[in-house]
Design a protein around this ligand. Structure first.
Ligand code: ACO
Length: 428
């Protein structure tokens, strides 16, 4: 049996090569289709389009599998740290101790911001969305690192640029939060872990006093690990798309932040909290809310339930659920929203509508609850997602260039007017 595929159109038959991935996924190579037949493929939203080959992340949505570089998310969540998983995602192997030390050292040492960036952060208008600030400040960082704007996809320049983005993203996020609270900036402390330092810059009293609970530090580190990469999603594809024009790493990642900002992508965890607040403030009965979510004539959805890719369960949600319980216990939290969330989860998990449609809680259901319990403002949820996703974006940027990919330039099927003559305005 031939392993190739055939397409027949207008009396012509074309044989197309197939490519089989390391997990037996099959792709049909259509790169010669237009040259040989004049046709293009049409796939709005790219749901059936493989835009690249990649060695970074593997997902099987039917089986609930997520792996970074071949390692299961469950094992990484249990045994790794965010920086180690970031190294793995970026460079393809688990680091030796010496490699890990060399990777972590500049990230810890280089987290402070130039004074002018701190001044800019304070100067943003009241109410400035944190995602806009992060995106803008990543491009501002490019202005301070002009020697890193060439396109190194390998070697020391890439390492330095990637390290700076990881080092300074948390500081940008925390500095903006402090400014919105009218609180002074807390300098990064290189002796703290990546996640511990971030939390201290957010909530600490000074760089040297550290009072963050270990359960909270571990939970944020886990949150970052779980978000480190997720294949060719909207923001990662954006980073690849922008980088394919040979735009620098800072601008490409900044564009990824923009793509992640949207409520259909990174914004869902905030929508979960909005939903819980709506139920709480308006005293809505949970059974009524669930009925509304099931009603096809009603736009209500159970936010944090369902997933485009995961159809049995979202492995990240399973992992995060356990962490949420331990953080809530450590913080001795008594928040009515969390009680509503737990009840809602039980109602939905036992409802035939949700069970028969494979609608389980996704990572956003628990991450919203977790971040809220830790005291992260809802407006910053997506910023934390972006910080966690940065290694995946940069690994994809690097891989795309190492494959020497052509500039991304999709085609279209034109459906507009045919040629017509210009009519002067006086005659229209
Ligand atoms: N609440 C109620 N009904 C739902 C929900 C939900 N959250 N999600 C899906 N359904 C229903 C649909 O109405 C549809 O019903 P039908 O078969 O009777 O027509 C069925 O379940 C299948 O839904 P689809 O829309 O085909 O599922 P799809 O895979 O396209 O959508 C999505 C996935 C967008 C995540 C959807 O489940 C949703 O909107 N969930 C709520 C938002 C959310 O939590 N998003 C975060 C996703 S995780 C992430 O992005 C990191």
């Amino acid at each position: 049996m031939s392993e190739n595929a055939f397409i027949e159109y207008d009396g012509k038959k074309l044989e197309l090569e197939t490519m089989i991935g390391s997990e037996n996924e099959v792709g049909v190579d259509i790169t010669q289709l237009r040259a040989k037949t004049g046709m293009i493929t049409l796939d709005p939203g790219y749901g059936n389009t493989g835009s690249c080959t990649s060695d970074i992340t593997y997902i099987d949505g039917n089986k609930g599998i997520l792996r970074y570089r071949g390692y299961s998310i469950e094992e990484l969540a249990e045994k790794s740290t965010f920086l180690e998983s970031a190294f793995l995602t970026l460079y393809g192997h688990l680091p030796s101790q010496a490699e890990l030390d060399a990777f972590e050292a500049p990230i810890s040492a280089d987290a402070d911001l130039p004074q002018s960036m701190k001044d800019q952060i304070v100067a943003f208008p009241e109410g400035a969305p944190p995602m806009a600030v992060l995106s803008a400040m990543l491009n501002t960082l490019a202005c301070h690192e002009t020697d890193l704007l060439t396109i190194p996809h390998d070697g020391a320049e890439f390492d330095r640029a990637a390290g700076k983005i990881m080092a300074k993203s948390t500081t940008i996020a925390a500095a903006h939060y402090r400014a919105t609270q009218g609180l002074p900036f807390i300098a990064p402390n290189p002796k703290l872990s990546y996640s511990g330092n971030f939390l201290n810059m957010m909530f600490g009293q000074s760089a040297d006093t550290y009072e963050i609970l270990p359960e909270v530090e571990a939970a944020i580190d886990l949150f970052f690990i779980l978000h480190a990469d997720h294949e060719q999603n909207c923001s990662t594809s954006t980073v690849r798309m922008v980088g394919s024009s040979r735009a620098n790493l800072f601008s490409s990642v900044s564009a990824g932040v923009g793509a992640l900002w949207g409520p259909l992508h990174g914004g869902a965890n905030a929508a979960v909290i909005d939903m819980l607040e709506n139920i709480h403030t308006n005293g809505i009965k949970l059974s009524d809310y669930v009925d509304a979510a099931k009603d096809k004539n009603n736009d209500t959805k159970l936010m944090g339930f369902g997933h485009r890719v995961y159809k049995s369960f979202d492995p990240r949600a399973k992992i995060l659920k356990t962490q949420v319980d331990s953080v809530l216990a450590a913080l001795n939290i008594d928040d009515p929203l969390l009680d509503i969330a737990k009840e809602l989860e039980q109602v939905a998990l036992n409802d035939e509508y949700f069970v028969s449609r494979n609608l389980y809680p996704n990572v956003d259901f628990y991450s919203g609850i977790l971040l809220s319990a830790i005291g992260i403002p809802v407006s910053m949820f997506t910023v934390l997602f972006a910080i966690g996703r940065a290694p995946g974006w940069m690994a994809n940027w690097r891989e795309m260039l190492s494959h020497n990919q052509r500039i991304c330039r999709p085609r279209q099927v034109y459906t507009g007017a045919n040629l017509r003559s210009y009519v002067p305005v006086s005659e229209r």
